[in-house]
Design a protein around this ligand. Structure first.
Ligand code: DGY
Length: 323
């Protein structure tokens, strides 16, 4: 019997690619080149499973291509706002994702950005490299304390809770959060966390605000100028969720006018094309979407896709089915 045909849009960790090759007739993207919409359409027409990832765009126009062979998109990533879910449903396409395995590494990057923003880490690094450092002095590059400060989480899912654990138990931070549905009592008790009634309340009260909501239409520009104006001038904003949750122009205005002290970003509107206004600012720390980028996490993400495909091809219940 012919093996199912599987298409990977980007390069994956070698160990997972090898496992896939043992089970399927796999087409790899050896050069790791970003593919075009036409190439995605061709893959949908010629493969049983297509495995996209968070930087690939699958709008309705791509998913509605005629003569599709593909029945399942095994997404490499937990977020799936790059796939038009309504169009996928209408086409009876199964979508899977990779939840759970990137929780700690993404929370670590959120903490990294919090620390970088609070202590001006990226700015200090730039100064030293540029050989502009004039030596230690009592008022040089003073920054914000982390220990005992209040961390406000917008969204309180797995990654937010992992960040809260690191911040509370590691740095003695107070935790406040906004979540539309109540969090589990044991989680609240363990973190001594306080629920806020609104996003506005978090923004007004926190010294550090970290965003943990999904991307997509419902959260687009959730953090706009009006919301940024609520934050304390001493506060920092951290985003490891999705770039379009923040109105970038409003953030640039706020950082320029010192409406907040700093920001730490791992994700961007229209990434990897970053708004040039951000690049000119010293009070923003910028990372290239590194949330899940550890060897172990990326391997575990690939293993999750493998399990989802195996279940699908064996006709079993698919563990991480989102559609
Ligand atoms: C995801 O899986 O959605 C992350 O953004 C990748 O780091």
């Amino acid at each position: 019997m012919n093996k199912p045909k599987v298409f990977l849009t980007r390069k994956w960790p070698a160990s997972v690619e090898a496992k896939l090759q043992a089970c399927y007739d796999v087409t790899l993207n050896i050069g790791d080149r970003p593919l075009t919409a036409d190439e995605f359409k061709h893959a949908l027409q010629n493969y049983d499973a297509v495995c996209p990832t968070v930087c690939d765009s699958f709008p309705a126009e791509v998913l509605n291509v005629a003569n599709k062979r593909c029945k399942i998109l095994g997404n490499f990533g937990v977020g799936y706002n790059h796939i038009d879910i309504d169009a996928a449903k209408a086409q009876n396409l199964i979508i899977t994702n990779t939840p759970g395995v990137l929780t700690e590494s993404t929370a670590d990057i959120a903490m990294t950005l919090l620390l970088m923003s609070a202590r001006r880490g990226a700015e200090g690094d730039r100064l030293v490299r540029a050989q502009q450092w004039q030596g230690w002095c009592p008022t040089h590059m003073m920054s914000s304390d982390i220990t005992g400060a209040t961390l406000g989480l917008i969204g309180f899912g797995r990654i937010a809770q992992a960040m809260a654990r690191k911040a509370h138990h590691g740095f003695g931070m107070k935790i406040i959060y906004f979540k539309p549905s109540p969090a589990e009592q044991s989680t609240i008790d363990n973190l001594n966390a306080t629920a806020c009634n609104s996003i506005e309340e978090v923004l007004q009260s926190a010294d550090f605000v970290s965003l943990h909501c999904p991307g997509g239409e419902a959260t687009q520009h959730l953090i706009n100028q009006q919301m940024l104006d609520l934050m304390k001038p001493t506060a920092h904003l951290i985003n490891t969720a999705r770039g379009d949750v923040i109105d970038t122009e409003a953030l640039i205005n706020t950082l320029k006018s010192k409406g907040i002290m700093g920001a730490g970003l791992d994700v961007y509107e229209g990434e990897p094309n970053i708004n040039k206004g951000l690049l000119k600012l010293d009070n923003v720390s910028l990372l290239p979407h590194l949330g899940s980028a550890t060897i172990a996490t990326r391997t575990a993400m690939g293993e999750k896709v493998l399990n989802n495909l195996a279940a699908y091809f064996k006709g079993l219940a698919i563990p991480d089915r989102v559609v």
